[in-house]
Write a protein that binds this ligand. Structure first.
Ligand code: BES
Ligand code: MN
Ligand code: ZN
Length: 510
């Protein structure tokens, strides 16, 4: 998909579909102006169109160079956010497909948001909505149409519009990469296939990767990862991704840890099939988000040193599988009593978090489809975030929440009071891997905390990683959740360091 920025008069843009987002406040004025540019069809349309949120109207102009116009209502300007723009533009994807529009142009609507942000959000919303996972479709007929060129029309600040659209394209493509990895069938998603996919990305985009085989994992005594892997015929893998530009702003690295359970049957504590095991190929969504973030780091050339750690295995029952009652010695030497083999995510993350200690990191963020309790607490809209309680805890949570608001990957903090930690104390070992029925997301967080000795945020994405019913720019299946969150968080980290005051100008639709 090619990007193009247009600044010439709107009626001179040749396009198969020219998308015109409109806010309620200025909808009538703009439509009146456009009658001169596009002809009388607009006059009739103006009577039916108010800019109300969700309204769409396809028109065939009698003047101007666009073949079709698509009016889209974006609601009240005052309600506009990057996410409302992403969600708003998503409905245009169906029209673009239905008419087979090879050349699509979106006009930037003027509002109080930054031009670059509006341009980024529009680009992300459309590209994400156009995503289709067609790997397993045999018939070409089922493969949906995709446009070739995406134009952005702006009345002012073309450079900001261009930067925003380019960032939006990188973000959307990263999210789509994460979705592809999540949607991959379990029979072709072994730990080493996943590792090789990451290696291909590393080669394609230019970041470093090291992949450990089982021997190295044994040598490093990753007891949690090895225990979970016991039931599987496929060996585990441990990936170390690295983005280390010369001009990095951060002295200590940022570390991203992704849960890479390529399939979670529950192990001997077997999951029921329906609405549970049936979508557990999504249990490497954290890993997918981390892998996808690295391509964005590289494509955006962000001046940050970042490490990615991904423990990968499946979790299966077999004669050799780890059993409830097993006591496992972890990489950091602590012992864990396994009381439920389905609480495997924390077992493999614990080793990765211990390994992260040697980097003396500025911050570690782990991202994982960790608990069913997260889905109960926050549904599939919002991820739960938890952090260790030091002086900067609140600041970290606030920053991640802000990245969540901007990226549309919403997150919300859960409390980490010491009392929750008592629930994962074991009578026979240092810890047990389940905390009982209450506050399951937090007790999982408390478990992980024992393996950290640095500033750390845990992101539980069990709910938002996967949706059974499509919504706005998310088709059913893997959502790629967490990818735009991490990318936005890292971009914000760069901006903080730059601390350049931003010049705010406003673009306005002609
Ligand atoms: N992968 C699951 C969590 C999950 C649930 C992800 C729903 C996506 C959607 C995790 O490994 C798990 O099974 N957690 C258990 C832990 C329990 C046994 C303490 C759970 O939440 O039921
Ligand atoms: Mn599980
Ligand atoms: Zn799991």
């Amino acid at each position: 998909m090619k990007l193009k920025i247009h600044v010439n008069a709107l009626q001179t843009i040749s396009s198969d579909v020219l998308i015109l987002p409109l806010f309620e406040e200025d909808s009538a004025d703009k439509l009146a102006k456009w009658v001169k540019k596009f002809g009388q069809t607009l006059e009739a349309a103006a009577k039916d169109f108010s800019g109300q949120k969700g309204q769409t109207q396809l028109l065939y102009p009698t003047e101007g160079r666009a073949k079709r116009l698509l009016l889209m209502g974006f609601g009240k300007t005052s309600d506009a956010t990057m996410e409302s723009i992403r969600q708003g533009i998503a409905a245009s994807a169906a029209v673009v497909r239905n008419v087979g529009a090879a050349k699509v142009t979106m006009a930037l609507p003027g509002c109080f948001l930054e031009t670059a942000d509006v341009s980024q959000a529009l680009t992300e919303g459309l590209l994400l909505a156009l995503y289709q996972f067609d790997r397993y479709k045999t018939s070409k007929k089922e493969v949906l149409f995709a446009p070739k060129q995406l134009g952005i029309w702006t009345k002012s600040q073309p450079n900001a519009a261009k930067k925003g659209a380019e960032a939006g394209k990188v973000v959307a493509e990263a999210v789509c990469r994460a979705r592809d990895l999540v949607n991959l069938s379990p029979n072709e998603k072994t730990p080493h296939i996943l590792a090789n996919e990451a290696r291909e990305d590393a080669q394609k985009w230019g970041f470093n990767i090291e992949i450990w085989e089982k021997k190295r994992i044994e040598a490093e005594k990753f007891g949690g990862l090895l225990a979970v892997n016991l039931g599987s015929p496929e060996p585990p893998a441990f990936m170390i991704l690295e983005w280390k530009p010369e001009k990095a702003l951060n002295e200590k690295p940022l570390v991203l840890v992704g849960k890479g359970v390529v399939y979670d049957t529950g192990g001997l504590s077997l999951k029921p099939t329906k609405d549970s095991m049936d979508h557990m190929k999504c249990d490497m969504s954290g890993a997918a988000a981390v892998i996808a973030t690295f391509q964005a780091l590289s494509r955006m050339d962000l001046p940050l040193q970042v490490i990615g750690l991904i423990p990968a295995t499946d979790n299966r029952p077999s004669g050799n599988a780890y059993v409830p009652g097993d006591v496992i010695r972890m990489h950091n030497g602590m012992t864990v009593e396994v009381l439920n083999t389905d609480a495997e995510g924390r077992m493999i993350l614990a080793d990765a978090l211990s390994w992260a200690q040697q980097y003396d990191p500025e911050l570690v963020i782990d991202i994982a489809t960790l608990t069913g309790a997260q889905v109960v607490a926050l549904g599939n809209f919002v991820a739960g975030i938890m952090t260790n309680e030091d002086a900067k805890a609140q600041e970290r949570l606030t920053l991640l929440q802000e990245a969540g608001m901007r990226s549309g990957d919403w997150v919300h903090p859960l409390p980490m009071f010491p009392a929750f930690g008592d629930l994962v104390k074991s009578t026979v070992a240092d810890l047990k891997n389940v905390g009982g029925p209450a506050a399951g997301t937090i007790t999982a967080g408390k478990f992980l905390e024992h393996f950290t000795n640095y500033p750390w945020v845990h992101v539980d994405i069990a709910g938002p990683a996967w949706i059974a019913t499509p919504r706005h720019y998310q088709p059913a299946g893997g959502t790629g959740f967490g990818t735009k969150l991490l990318i936005e968080f890292l971009r914000m980290r760069v901006q903080q360091a730059d601390a350049k005051p931003e010049i705010s100008e406003q673009a306005e639709l002609a």
